[in-house]
Design a binder for this molecule. Sequence first.
Ligand SMILES: [Zn+2]
Length: 334
Amino acid sequence: MMTISSAISKSLLADHSQFIGIDLGGTQLRAACLDKDGTILGQKRLPTDTENGPDGVLAQISALIAEVRTNDCRGIGIGIPGTFSALNGTVLNIPALDGWKNYPLAQHLQKEIVLPVWLENDAKVAAIGEGKIGAARDCRNFVYATISTGIGGGVFVDGNLLRGAQGLAGEIGHTRIADASAVCSCGKTGCWESVASGTALAKKMTAAIAANPNGILASLVSDRPPSGRDLPAAIAMGDEDAIRILAEEAFFLGAGFVNLQHFYAPERIVMGGGVSALLPLLHDDIKAVMKDRLLPGFNLAEVVRATLEDAAGVVGAAFFARAMAEAGQLSHGR
Ligand SMILES: [Zn+2]
């Protein structure tokens, strides 16, 4: 254990060294082994074990690593959808998974696989991936915003990922944006996430269907839960609820993005998550809201869709692990 507890020397990080990225999601668990250019050499995925607590997921992660690991693998990066301590690699809380309270994930995993393990927030990891080989690969100032079940973010300023105290910078979803709204996942009201996430979109659609059970939206969705994916068809058929809900989404996304521009002055906002599939329909209205609110002197940031899609997590986690190793950072599993 002592040998991998210490920083890896640069001599071990030859060009052919490889790193494994793990995307720990509430429904899917993925692993991929990448070379220095970001080429995926092997990847595997499993439905996340939600029955057996963190020990069950740890066993799954070990099994996935065993399948994708190469002889030149030098470390593991894991994107965590919750809070953790980078001091000792303990996951403090994962809201989407039962039993993940104060679980020493990095230590346990390092004991099993005998490689250094580093943890990072899942949205930051995706931002790293988009910045390396995705939609922001040519951009030093960008914000990655994932508009999904919630809203998360990763902020790059002058080419550096903002981490801040306890590594918690970038919780953009819980910035206040509305006077009132449904209760947010954090328990407060008015958060950006509570009005603009995919969850908020689905809630508005459910309400519209209940109010208009014979409408176009209701007939399209039938008896399953609605999602943003249903909006383009409903809009094409002229459904007024769908048109209104999409316009509200564009307004709140534009308002949130212009806040990001005033905070961080990005040149580009990279939109990820399920709602980003609607960007072609939303784009012009988002830009109009941003333009209306942006202070004089700012150039309007581009708003583009993330390009790595569901690979952003594993790709970013592997690049993150490589960066930690190159910087001589101690394993979080020490
Ligand atoms: Zn909130």
